[in-house]
Design a protein around this ligand. Structure first.
Ligand SMILES: [Zn+2]
Length: 264
């Protein structure tokens, strides 16, 4: 299983970067985990967007789903998706329609966005869309996805991907405040990607994110074999963030970089 970081920015993009997006490939199976702002352009640098089997979304914050808008437009309006020959493209009776697995309640959110843009059925026409059940194991090609609700500002799910053909476990924590739910879900995982959004805990209101130190504590508690800090701004000093996480976590540790590839 190959995991390519397409974007690792938090809710505001790094200079030249993209928000949350991770491409997972296993043989011929291709799954995009999250499709935040800026991810579609990065996806196009790595694979043909028609070859993605499924997009799986952790939660409905813009930095995790907003590039479903250009993705749906590409699937709807790209010349090679049209039924008649046009501009050198032969035409097709079977336009690509990737699966779109979204969290419970997300179809209403997408319908609202579609209506606001005058295209109420944009997403349901472009994708084979459904809301996943957080208790299910979803199968896409050779990949299996499991979900774990984690505490954030809106319903949010950590996502685990494994291959039916063997190999390791990839666990993406999505966005969350410190939580034992993630520690149990990710126990013993091979590759753990955890958000490290904040330089210090929120000063007021409910918590929704973690610091690099807290990400390190979670990785140590669940015995992850490798930790990658993500959802972290290029405005936060990398050496400082790594040192904070390393106070608790002694295993291999790095900060996600756009274009980085991990194999498990
Ligand atoms: Zn979020």
């Amino acid at each position: 299983m190959r995991i390519t970081v397409l974007g690792k920015s938090p809710a505001w993009q790094d200079a030249g970067g993209a928000c949350s997006g991770y491409l997972v490939q296993d043989g011929d199976t291709c799954v995009l985990v999250d499709c935040g702002s800026g991810v579609f352009a990065q996806l196009r640098r790595v694979v043909d967007y028609l070859d993605v089997d499924a997009v799986v979304v952790s939660h409905m914050h813009g930095d995790h789903f907003l590039d479903l808008v250009p993705y749906a437009c590409a699937l709807s309006f790209a010349p090679r998706q049209q039924p008649a020959a046009v501009a050198g493209w032969p035409g097709t009776d079977e336009p690509a329609r990737p699966q779109l697995l979204v969290p419970p309640g997300a179809i209403d959110v997408l319908a609202t966005i579609g209506r606001a843009g005058g295209q109420p059925r944009l997403f349901e026409r472009a994708f084979a869309m459904r809301e996943y059940d957080v208790a299910e194991t979803a199968e896409v090609g050779t990949l299996r996805a499991r979900f774990q609700p984690v505490p954030h500002y809106v319903p949010t799910n950590a996502i685990e991907l494994t291959s039916r053909d063997g190999g390791g476990r990839y666990t993406f924590g999505a966005d969350h405040r410190p939580t034992d739910a993630l520690v149990e879900f990710a126990a013993g995982t091979d590759l753990l990607m955890l958000e490290a959004t904040l330089p210090r805990p929120e000063r007021r209101g409910p918590r929704g994110h973690m610091t690099p130190a807290e990400a390190g504590e979670h990785a140590a508690a669940c015995g992850a074999r490798r930790l990658v800090l993500t959802h972290i701004s290029d405005e936060l000093d990398e050496d400082w963030a790594l040192a904070e996480a390393a106070r608790s976590y002694a295993g291999p540790l790095e900060i996600a970089k756009a274009g980085a590839v991990y194999t498990v």
